[in-house]
Design a protein around this ligand. Sequence first.
Ligand code: SAH
Length: 389
Amino acid sequence: MSGSTQNQAQPSPSPSAIVRTDDESSVVARLKQKIRTDGPITVASFMDIALSDPDGGYYATRDPLGVAGDFTTAPEISQIFGELVGLWCVDTWQSMGAPNAFAVVELGPGRGTLMADALRAMRAMRQVSTCHAAASVHLVETSPVLRESQQRMLAGENITWHTSLPDLGRMPAIYIANEFFDALPIHQYVKLDGDWCERVVALDPTHEHFSFTLDQNRTFPLRDVTKLLADAEDGTIFEYSPTVRSSIDDIARLLFLHGGAGLIIDYGYTRHATGQTLQAVRKHRPVDPLDDPGNCDLTAHVNFQLLSETATSAGIKVWGPIDQGNFLQKLGIQTRAATLLKTATVSQAHDIRTAVTRLIAPAEMGALFKVMALSDSGVSHLAGFEPDA
Ligand code: SAH
């Protein structure tokens, strides 16, 4: 059943030898070439190339957000989302002891909408205007197309861009990540005759289409969820993302060394779990994840227990996760909406109410999306994470 040695007898074509048919994207050609050369590739490798290949990867080549794109995120639904995150930053800065200089670092900022709304709200907090003055803003973005959108959206702001988590010396920082971790590659493992083997992507016999197969030579590396895995039935899928783990570990280490906090918002599950969550979306509709790599968004639900355990092992305090609906209500989404409604036209009022419902209703984004915060051990209060009254 293992396909990892398939086609290895063939000579390895050099990158310049990639052959593309007219209707084939460069990402499809690259994936096919890699599979023909190396044999079936992991789901993580498939995701990574499909999303991030510099020449044709999904994020590298387009702005996928909004009604005309493939999916809509919370900051694109309402300005209130980014404003509340901005107020959260001000409050957190105070909890950090109001340092004279600190960084706000956003990972995967999309169009820059969240940051634009957050900075406006931070600036408007007159009684703590020193917070805005103390902040330097850093965006971590690999997509050149989205960087351009961010530059337009944040024109006039003093921003530094990075392709990976920046080293800011000893500066304390607040890290923000909304719908970032779901875009990082995951591995999938399938239980087969009592063993876990890796699910990989191969080419079907015609070499036209991608298909899933299993590689029995690749076994599952993580030990601390063995009870869950031992109890699972044959055929069960388990997902694991070393990239998510190492990203959180990097943030946690920086927080441990230099202080600060992180806010992570994403769809996901709060305990280790089995089941497959890899999904592809195009034009707001689900599509087959293997059908059109490079032209659809590929994501997986985030394992918040993995985040929490990784941060705790690095000596970092973990807050939540709590439901997004609960978090936004504690931050005062209804009060902010009421203020906006006072000056809204009938149609704007309808839009504001619809947006708030979308963000907080349990049947919409309110319960699926979770909010987790991280902080150094000196932080004793974080807005939104107070116990329920
Ligand atoms: N946070 C935004 C956008 C979410 S889409 C919002 O809420 O609207 C995912 C974002 O992560 C995009 O900006 C994408 O280009 C970026 N991204 C994906 N993989 C990345 C990586 N490995 N490093 C940095 N940015 C990445």
